[in-house]
Write a protein that binds this ligand. Structure first.
Ligand SMILES: Cc1cc2nc3c(=O)[nH]c(=O)nc-3n(C[C@H](O)[C@H](O)[C@H](O)COP(=O)(O)OP(=O)(O)OC[C@H]3O[C@@H](n4cnc5c(N)ncnc54)[C@H](O)[C@@H]3O)c2cc1C
Length: 381
């Protein structure tokens, strides 16, 4: 086993910022969570709040109006919001997911056109890779783009796209060479003729985040909207996801901590057999295990984020490991949180059933946990 870099340190100002974000989340977002989950309603008020507080600037460099505070700080913020509401944390996560292709691979012109509006929170992006028949294997996608004069003409239907109908532009991946099946990444603005919002899904969790099918029918975009090189779209997608799956891991840690904190407080109040249930060792051990696994998940997440910030050669492996461990932890911990609350854990009056439903997606998106295990196993040969 190779050494994997220095231990990370978190600057005091980042801890202070995190505490402020946590307070905003508890005071302003938590009271909305049950309602936006029930109604499956995109919380425009929360998005405005995150913009006003410069939280949506966290994924961006100062040259584009962002905070320039890096990946670890961004994901500490995702965690803080996810402690109370995983759907609202996704607003910040997609702000990174839908702009990182431009940040990492885009031309200066694309950066100038699209990044400042997202850093200020006025505009929102989406990342449109998955298709009905191409999820884990994006190379199997059917969406095509064909060059016609100076413009690319895009046709196809994407699937499961977060921020559908909310996004101002979609990072869209399409096959541009049918023989070699090479992909290219494009920026497609939502107001281009031929673009439409298709079916929206009814989901188990993260219900306040709209997910669905953007449709592209002879959508024409100029050559300037190509991100990186023609034919190198798969590298754009994988290079982005390598970093953004840390967001899913942070969301998972937030959910796990939120559920643990709620269960701890509940167990101190709820009495059975004439005493608080936290006096029973059976409950104490559950709470202790929830705290232990969440803390362990957080350490792996922060280390992986620090490695991303340092450009460490093993950052992709650690990003995958953090994603798997944190999401599996969130699932296990939230199931236990429901158990600690008993019947009250199973009803919507209490938040832990929502946390359990929200936790599940973290094992699926940003590359399923099975695919991450395949990727990690490859590094062990
Ligand atoms: C709520 C939600 C939001 C999403 N947001 C976005 C988004 O914004 N943008 C976007 O592009 N996509 C998005 N996705 C799509 C998501 O990334 C895919 O669902 C995911 O990659 C899995 O693809 P699939 O659903 O087609 O499953 P499949 O690829 O069909 O997989 C089905 C099962 O087979 C397993 N499997 C597949 N291949 C292998 C293998 N080689 N070895 C072992 N097991 C394997 C998978 O792990 C899984 O368990 C979102 C999905 C959801 C549900």
């Amino acid at each position: 086993m190779e050494a994997v870099g220095d231990v990370y340190t978190i600057p005091q100002e980042h801890l202070d910022l995190c505490a402020t974000i946590g307070q905003i989340a508890r005071e302003k977002i938590a009271p909305r969570s049950a309602e936006i989950d029930e109604k499956a309603e995109y919380p425009w008020d929360v998005r405005r709040l995150l913009a006003e507080q410069d939280i949506l600037g966290l994924p961006f460099g100062v040259e584009y109006g962002g905070t320039g505070t890096g990946t670890l700080m961004l994901n500490m913020a995702v965690e803080e919001i996810a402690k109370v509401d995983a759907s609202c944390a996704l607003i910040l996560m997609v702000q990174e997911l839908g702009t990182l292709p431009i940040q990492l691979f885009g031309s200066d012109q694309l950066k100038e056109r699209f990044l400042p509006g997202c850093a200020s929170g006025e505009r929102s992006p989406a990342f449109a890779l998955s298709e009905p028949e191409a999820g884990s294997d994006p190379a199997g996608m059917k969406t095509t783009a064909v060059l016609d004069g100076e413009e690319w003409v895009i046709n196809g239907t994407k699937n499961w796209i977060s921020n559908l109908g909310v996004a101002d532009f979609y990072i869209t991946f399409a096959v541009t060479d049918r023989e070699t099946r090479r992909l290219t990444a494009f920026v497609v603005e939502a107001d281009r003729p031929g673009f439409s919002v298709g079916k929206l899904e009814h989901k188990l969790g993260i219900r306040a985040s709209p997910t669905g099918q953007p449709i592209f029918e002879d959508v024409r975009v100029p050559q300037e909207n190509v991100i990186g090189q023609v034919g190198k779209g798969l590298s754009v997608a994988l290079g982005t996801l390598e970093r953004t799956r840390l967001g899913a891991a942070a969301q998972a840690v937030g959910i796990a901590q939120g559920a643990t904190d709620y269960a701890v407080a509940y167990a101190a109040e709820r009495e059975q057999f004439g005493q608080p249930i936290n006096e029973f060792q059976g409950i104490q051990f559950k709470l202790a295990d929830m705290e232990i696994s969440t803390a362990a998940a957080r350490e792996l997440l922060y280390k992986a984020c620090a490695m991303a910030d340092q450009g460490h050669p093993q950052r992709a492996k650690y990003s995958s490991m953090a994603k798997v461990f944190c999401s599996d932890t969130a699932m296990a911990v939230t199931i236990e949180a429901v158990q600690v609350l008993g019947g009250y854990g199973y009803v919507k009056e209490y938040p832990v059933e929502r946390m359990m439903r929200d936790a599940k997606i973290t094992q699926i998106y940003e590359g399923t946990n099975e695919i991450q295990r395949v990727v990690i196993a490859r590094t062990l040969k």
